[in-house]
Design a protein around this ligand. Structure first.
Ligand code: HEC
Length: 214
């Protein structure tokens, strides 16, 4: 190969090397841009009918609606453990107690300040309400109460349901619920002042003679 031929090859190779095209600048449509390629003038194709976004299949419909068919079901979709109740309590106190109060009697601060009073959870009707009903109230909203589906994920909503049931039991327990175990009565020294019993409150050190005057 003559020298000038080699030189030509070099120029040719250099010229070719600048022809590469990266993926990020290949011909493409900008999102939502108009295009006259398709008759509907949309550059993007609509997804096939019935397409489900990843993570949104929700095949377990009870878990997301609390309903079996069109009626509320009355079981938890997962076992209730102490952890479940603790998380339920925490979420309840954050999201529900402002109106329903920590006791669930419907006398939360927002209700005290003029918002419509929610019913007490301890009334007969709500004590007997199926678990799925409590779940659906949070999911869909109820009357003046908005839906909490966007703020509280479904698993936490179920944990709140479990905690509400525990709250209801706590306010309506009978001796039979203790399954024969004796309920310890509070020690005498913690009785109300004035009831005749002595309060075993230690005297603070600083209140003892002379300590404060140095
Ligand atoms: C902004 C105040 C507010 C908050 C926060 C709130 N609620 Fe309510 N809730 C209400 C009111 C008001 C009602 C009564 C609505 C009505 O009768 O129009 C109600 C009713 C209910 C009922 C009874 C439905 C019935 O059949 O009577 C349940 C159960 C309930 N709420 C659960 C919850 C739970 C669980 C949360 C927390 C995730 C929550 N609420 C948060 C205001 C609130």
């Amino acid at each position: 190969m003559a020298k000038w031929q080699r030189f030509l090859w070099l120029v040719f190779a250099l010229a070719l090397s600048s022809c590469r095209q990266d993926m990020h600048d290949q011909p493409r449509f900008k999102a939502l841009a108009q295009s006259d390629f398709y008759s509907d003038l949309r550059s993007a194709r609509p997804p096939v009918e019935g397409t489900v976004a990843r993570g949104q299949l929700r095949s377990d419909s009870y878990f997301y609606t609390g309903k079996v068919g069109s009626d509320p079901g009355d079981y938890m979709p997962f076992p209730v453990t102490e952890e479940v109740l603790k998380r339920g309590q925490e979420r309840f106190n954050i999201y529900c107690a402002p109106c329903h109060s920590r006791l669930g009697d419907g006398n939360g601060m927002i209700a005290q300040r003029g918002f419509r009073h929610p019913p007490s959870y301890h009334e007969e009707r709500l004590r007997k309400a199926p678990l799925g009903y409590l779940f659906s109230v949070m999911t869909d909203g109820f009357g003046a109460m908005p839906s909490y589906a966007d703020q509280i994920p479904a698993d936490d909503r179920w944990r709140i349901v479990a905690y509400i049931r525990a709250l209801q039991l706590s306010q309506n327990a009978t001796e039979a619920d203790t399954s024969g175990q004796q309920v310890p009565s509070p020690p005498a020294q913690f009785e109300e002042p004035g009831s005749g019993a002595t309060l075993a409150v230690p005297v603070p050190r600083s209140a003892e003679a002379g300590e404060e005057q140095k």
